[in-house]
Design a protein around this ligand. Sequence first.
Ligand SMILES: [Zn+2]
Ligand SMILES: [Zn+2]
Length: 392
Amino acid sequence: MTSVAARVQDKTLRFVRAVFSRYYRSEPPPPIEVREPQQREFAYWEFGKQVMVRHLSFQSVGELLRRLAEVVPLHAYRSSAYFRYPAAPMEEKGWEGADLVFDIDADHLDLPCADEHSYRVCPVHGLRNSDDGKCDECGSGLSDVEWVCDRCIEGARAELIKLLNVLTDDFGVSESEIEVGFSGNRGFHVVVYTERLRKLDQMARREIVTYLTCEGIDPSLLGLPWKGRRVRSLRRPSLDEPGWRGRIVRSVASQLERSGEVQSWLEDPDWGALRPSRWRELISRAISEERVNVDPVVTQDVHRLVRLPWSLNGKTGLAAARIPLDRVEDFDPFEEAAVLKGPPVRVRVLFAPRFRIGGGEYGPFEGPAEVKLPVHAAVYLILKGLATLASQ
Ligand SMILES: [Zn+2]
Ligand SMILES: [Zn+2]
């Protein structure tokens, strides 16, 4: 990188840090809450540093907020685990349990929009594509852009709603023990605080993942018409049964309603109505639609660090907003998590598809151009690697 480019990068990073500091030093402070803070480990990444600062402990949320205001981190986390000595080295911390955590990320969902917004940019010429990963005009290395669109968010939200239903309906978790948050980028987090689940070990958490994702599910064990099961030997289906059997039956019913092939099935469900091979198709489809696509690694990990609610995500400048359970269906991350404030700023945008943030719509920016943007939009593009401060 030339020294001019490096200076622009430095200046841009200092600008983003100043915007973040306005957020962490605001009065009143951001509504960051942590349950049982004395037992948690805290951690953060600082601007421009390559190492995570870990093994921090605070006696209160107030103390934590003062540290965040002082440090102004790029990312900030707390442990899902409860420790006797949170500030001790890992092997001496004294693990006393961990919240059950789930991560749903649009990037892991194989959404059809992913191909439409996979971009590569040259730091000078903007949007470029080449097989060798170098700009065809200047030879600079191209970088991949992690773009997120409304369909990404809706895809992740659909998984989130399925997860919440299984947690409350199948596991009997009460709503007051569930915390839902936006990740600040392209997904959602769920934390379950239920005390009797805290001690679950890695294997038990792995089983919960298996249950959610239907890994290795055998429909014949649920009394469904599957390979080798004679239809007449099966219990009659009913739409209000619990667990996966009920969920699959309801999905099959709604598929039949859509296709119109068995008109009477909703009133009078009966395994005799179709051929076994057709049931297998309907059941396979039910499983692939109803399975909950959580990240297995996150849930199994009993030492996971999770993003502090209402801290800023350093990949976007959006807040990891808490979402009340009655707002899960209509929470709009590009509006409600766009918390950064400040005067509009001139940036040099390399490229950006049309996007909306904080009540406005911007772009598309086809090629490199200088534009004035509200601070949350400018920071969003900067952190995605698509803009730098304009040199004036
Ligand atoms: Zn180039
Ligand atoms: Zn998308």
